[in-house]
Ligand binder design. Sequence first.
Ligand code: ZN
Length: 241
Amino acid sequence: MDNDLKPICLVLADISGYTNFVKENAKVWNHANIVINTLLETIVGKLQKELVFNKFEGDAALLITHSNERQAAILDCLFLAMAAFENKLKELISVNSCNCKACNGIHLLRLKFVFHYGEAIVHCIGKSTEVSGLDVIIVHRLLKNHVPSNHYFLITSDVTKSIQLPRTEMWQKYSETYGDVGNIEYNYLVQKDPFNESKVNVVPASRIKILLAKFKKAFVSMLISLKIHRFSRDRSAAVED
Ligand SMILES: [Zn+2]
């Protein structure tokens, strides 16, 4: 067993959007798991170019590397993995023919990336590697934060000490204080909503119903006023005769 503290890059990829309602029966629960696993495999597949998969943690995946000079390359990988996630979401929606709550809610899923650099104790037990220590706790604590979105990149200042963030002006600087790990500074970048454009163009069925009812009402009142107008005109003509 190896108990040394080693430099480590830690990346947590966390999928959110499925609330407990989708797990209300076995079929929905099963389909939700298939969707989440497919998306996590897509993300991990992209990140494995620079990181080593460590473990799945529910709807999240933890990836690590002991390299202390690959932060810029890892960040590039996060952008690629975000794009792959969004493409896979759209693909899953386009091929879906199931009407269950999990399959109908794929468009609600979003991705959070937390990237931290620090030190960890590495335990190698057989083929599996367990990492522990303060920095491993920090990367998990950072999933609870004040970022006003659930689709973003969060990079701690321990990472940005050694790299320059791309499009610096787009990133927001912030910090969180946690009881057990203290104050953690980070930069975050909110990713554009992948369905923003379609949302603008789609008029919900309930709205169409309301619009049709309004149109019908306006049409009926127009017909009535036209009839009244004709009636008064015919009457005036009759009086004049
Ligand atoms: Zn389904």
